[in-house]
Design a protein around this ligand. Structure first.
Ligand code: PLP
Length: 423
């Protein structure tokens, strides 16, 4: 709905100009497959899979059943201390078995930001408990996005997202997102003995869908290994098929020390994050010796049985429907579908070709005359029946992995019309 009934509702939206939103809300009421409907019955192609997460689309009966069954059996129980529940045990086992590193441990959170902050704390405390308490410095990348919790805000490299919040956690710095040499230089500057971790999205998502240069991932992973710096692959977007593999980072022959996941782990149906921790990082907490350290960290809903039941049902869908490889199979068709946009007079660049996600960046002279253009493009695309995500300089798409030719054709025809309507 693009009208007035929702005006002056107290609901405060994340990352939104609330003055503009009020009276112009898009109220989504129903979803099925790759499509959603608003409260006026208008249908849209969900070309963003909501927020990079509805990888199997919307409205899967299997999830509804798994969640309802779990609610009837055990609706909640926490995971603190000795407590466990069966869905969490099962999901941890499955995620660990899929992880690139055998014997990985899995720590659950309520979403991506939770596991990002968990990863920083585990990195620092794992070193502290192995006699290297000075290893606290964390390096992120310009344009990186790691959620909006304390550490994630600080490690993220989109300056606007960190502005105005006062002092954020310290001992954190950033390097240009596309330069492995810059990482090497920054580790040398800080001193390898002080650097705990480097955070890296395999493909930067919210920061602009920025693909890594050829060889970049292997180089930064190698630099981290050489200096004893933990390589944390933030796969909150990249995992569960978005790049055509289980975790995204496993497209490259590298060994991450930690992998952050969320979103696609339940297809977004229930909030859940999962941090995968290589055994050598988790080791100090698993010695079994008297007085062994305890990780004094965890969220109330970590390993919530209903969320984990949704996670288990989600993995079943990915496995049964063969959805994981589709992120790779569809990368060229998506790039082809968007290639025509590159010659549009308002378009500077189309970024696509690695995984089932892409960005269309607008020309800088157009953006300098109208900084709100990405927002307006999101809006004109919506009027053309396609939901896209606005970025600082353009828009992103990341459709459900079940999208096919008809949906890609729709993108190819609707986006040029949406761009035309900007002028
Ligand atoms: N990391 C990445 C790469 C993300 O894209 C996001 C969210 O979009 C996060 C972390 C934070 O996840 P959440 O919004 O679930 O806290």
């Amino acid at each position: 709905m693009v009208a007035s009934a929702a005006a002056h509702n107290p609901l405060w939206h994340p990352f939104a100009d609330m003055g503009a939103v009020d009276g112009d809300r898009l109220v989504i009421t129903r979803g099925e497959g790759s499509y959603v409907w608003d409260d006026e019955g208008k249908r849209y192609f969900d070309a963003t899979a909501s927020l990079w997460y509805a990888n199997f689309g919307h409205g899967r009966e299997e999830i509804a059943r798994a969640v309802a069954d779990q609610l009837r059996t055990l609706d909640s129980y926490n995971l603190f201390g000795y407590n466990a529940n069966e869905p969490a045990l099962k999901l941890a086992e499955r995620v660990s078995a899929l992880a690139p590193e055998p014997g990985s441990k899995v720590f659950f959170g309520s979403g991506g930001g939770d596991v990002i902050d968990t990863a920083v704390k585990i990195a620092r405390s794992s070193f502290a408990h192995t006699g290297r308490p000075e290893k606290v410095h964390v390096i992120g990348r310009t344009q990186g996005y790691h959620g909006t919790h304390g550490f994630g805000t600080a490690v993220g490299g989109i300056a606007a997202n960190a502005a105005g919040f006062g002092p954020l956690p310290g001992d954190i710095s950033h390097v240009p997102y596309d330069s492995a040499e810059a990482l090497e230089a920054e580790i040398q500057r800080v001193g390898p003995e002080r650097v705990a971790a480097f955070f890296c999205e395999p493909v930067i998502g919210a920061g602009g869908v920025l693909l890594p240069p050829e060889g970049y991932i292997e180089s930064v992973a190698g630099i981290c290994r050489k200096h004893g710096v933990l390589f944390v692959a933030d796969c909150v977007i990249a995992a569960f098929g978005r790049l055509g593999t289980w975790f995204g980072i496993d497209r490259w022959a590298v060994k991450p020390d930690m992998i952050t996941t969320a979103k696609g782990i339940t297809g977004g149906t229930i909030p859940l994050g999962a941090l995968i921790v290589a055994p050598w990082v988790a080791e100090p907490f698993f010695t079994g010796k008297p007085g062994a350290p305890v990780l004094r960290h965890g969220a109330t809903y970590a390993g919530h049985p209903v969320a984990c039941a949704a996670g288990n049902a989600t993995l079943d869908i990915y496995e049964r429907d063969g959805l994981i490889p589709r992120g790779r199979e569809l990368e060229k068709p998506l790039a082809d579908a968007l290639s025509g946009l590159a010659s549009h007079p308002l378009v500077a660049e189309v970024r696509a070709g690695l995984g089932f996600l892409a960005a269309v960046e607008l020309k800088s002279d157009f953006l300098s005359s109208d900084a709100g253009a990405p927002n307006r493009l999101q809006r004109t695309a919506r009027e053309e029946g396609v939901l896209v995500r606005n970025l600082a300089k353009g828009i992103a798409v990341s459709p459900p992995l079940i999208a096919g030719e008809a949906e890609l054709d729709l993108l190819a025809s609707a986006l040029p019309r949406a761009l035309d309507r900007l002028v």
